[in-house]
Design a protein around this ligand. Structure first.
Ligand code: NAD
Length: 468
């Protein structure tokens, strides 16, 4: 039996449960269990029981486990990538399924290799105080469907490194990916340290409401993030919230359009646009507007979209019907407003799969729905500007503030502009290029708290001062 089939057999149920279909073909992939509130409570109990022994291991022992998790992910990489591609829709190639699985290993090895020593806060002869980072206990990890394996790893691995046990709930749209990843991780971990529950938002809220869970790592929509803030208030739970984005990119008048076109394209269309920190609205200086639009259109037109298992494709279907309808509605609003369709914009409704064609919309009103709402799909609005201050004002006027980018051949000019943009990260001449050493988190209603790097480890620990 292939490794893919072994994995599928280990995580699916023969009867009952819920059917999972491939978003490219509609084909049945398997059936996932649908669990209950009682299963969530049992998972939390298992985590609480396992956590003290896990925390009692030395840091070196926990690091050893994490490195063996990365080895296990690498050993199962092709099977995981195939499953991810079939369930999520993202192609094996391009910055997609194989890339995501390799990122899982990288985002495991880096926290494993990042030390968090005791910090001496003051030692002046009179006062001595040090800062320790203790385990919190049980961490709840709740993930979305766009990068279902990588985001789970972002939440789980730092929590484990700091001596916590974890209860994870994958999105109901990508349960198989969550279960498969956890199955591989659990070949390494002691029982009960990582527990996964399969089901919908009701199970997520059960985790959030539990008094036995100390911290929630949540990645998903701003709407759900607000519910989590309310539901967690009873226990003053710690929260890291990575929420929705509507990232702006500002292209200055001094760039070479051809030189930046491919990076602009992937900044916007990575994972077929279903990425939190993707470029979702582009503001381009009037002097070079037409050249940027045509260079981008030339790149976009040659990127193949299709079934993710087909090696040539780099763009795939949308993951689900709901997202297809959102993208379709927003593009319809742009078209109705008289904006110019440069590419795409006209999905084949009789075709199988949730394929929405790569779409570029130019000369669009900066307040059209496609600009001000998060499309989370392959449709990029391109706004023309003549006054840079006005472009900054437009970039900053929304509630979202996850990422942004500035494109210029003058680094100093770009840095000055970056400082004026309200976003958790501003990239210069790229967009969405995350790195496991570099903290990542949102501004405004894109959430709070940081992941990655030393800051990410601190966020899943209880700081404790020892003084005297
Ligand atoms: P979503 O909020 O609908 O669901 C996310 C998860 O929350 C799912 O597992 C869901 O079952 C669970 N959930 C739903 N209701 C809940 C509740 N009341 N309590 C607890 N859990 C609950 O989001 P989605 O549609 O899966 O993801 C897309 C969104 O996520 C986009 O807005 C995107 O920008 C955002 N996102 C943000 C980041 C980031 O790092 N900031 C990364 C990826 C995605």
């Amino acid at each position: 039996m292939s490794r893919y089939n072994e994995l599928l057999q280990a995580i699916t149920v023969r009867e009952g449960g819920r059917e999972v279909h491939d978003p490219a073909t509609g084909e049945l992939i398997g059936r996932v269990p649908v669990q209950s509130a009682a299963d969530v409570d049992a998972a939390i109990d298992r985590a609480r029981a396992a956590q003290p022994a896990w925390a009692a291991l030395s840091d070196e022992e926990r690091v050893g486990h994490l490195n063996r998790i990365a080895d296990a992910i690498e050993a199962n990489a092709e099977a995981l990538a195939e499953l991810l591609s079939r369930e999520q829709g993202k192609p094996l190639n391009g910055p997609n399924a194989r890339f995501e699985v390799s990122a899982c290993a990288a985002w495991t090895r880096v926290p494993a290799a990042t030390p968090l020593p005791v910090e001496v806060v003051i030692d002046d002869g009179e006062t001595y105080a040090e800062m320790h980072y203790r385990p919190l206990g049980v961490v709840g990890a709740i993930t979305p469907w766009n990068w279902p394996m990588m985001i789970a790893i972002w939440q789980i691995i730092p929590a484990l490194r700091m001596g916590n046990a974890v209860v994870q709930k994958p999105s109901e749209y990508t349960t198989l990916s969550g279960l498969a990843l956890a199955h591989v991780v659990n070949t390494v971990l002691p029982d009960g340290v990582l527990n996964v529950v399969a089901g919908g938002g009701d199970l997520g809220s059960r985790i959030v409401e539990s008094d036995l869970v100390e911290k929630i790592m949540f990645t998903g929509s701003t709407r759900t993030g607000k519910k989590i803030i309310e539901a967690s208030s009873g226990s003053i739970k710690r929260l890291t919230l990575e929420l929705g984005g509507n990232d702006a990119g500002i292209v200055l008048d001094d760039v070479d359009p051809e030189a930046i076109a491919e990076d602009l394209f992937w900044g916007a269309f990575i994972n077929t646009g279903q990425t939190c920190a993707a470029l979702k609205r582009l503001y381009v200086a009037d002097a070079i507007y037409d050249s940027v639009v045509s260079a981008l259109a030339e790149v976009a037109a040659r990127m193949p979209m299709g079934n993710g298992l087909d090696e040539e494709n780099v763009l795939g279907p949308l993951q689900n019907d709901m997202q297809f309808e959102i993208v379709d509605r927003l593009v319809a609003s742009a078209k109705a407003s008289g904006a110019r369709v440069v590419l795409g914009g006209d999905p084949d409704r009789d075709a199988v799969g949730y394929f929405y064609p790569t779409t570029l919309i130019a000369d669009i009103d900066p307040h059209n729905d496609l600009v001000v709402e998060e499309q989370f799909g392959p449709a990029l609005p391109i706004v023309r500007y003549t006054d840079l201050d006005e472009a900054v004002r437009l970039a900053n006027e929304l509630d979202a503030g996850l990422g942004a980018s500035v494109w210029s051949s003058d680094r100093e000019r770009a840095r000055e502009l970056a400082a004026r943009i309200q976003a958790g990260t501003v990239w210069i001449n790229s967009h969405g290029t995350i790195n496991p050493f570099v903290p990542f988190g949102g501004a405004k209603q894109s959430g709070y708290g940081l992941e990655f790097g030393v800051a990410g480890l601190k966020s899943v620990a209880q700081p404790q001062i020892i003084q005297g």
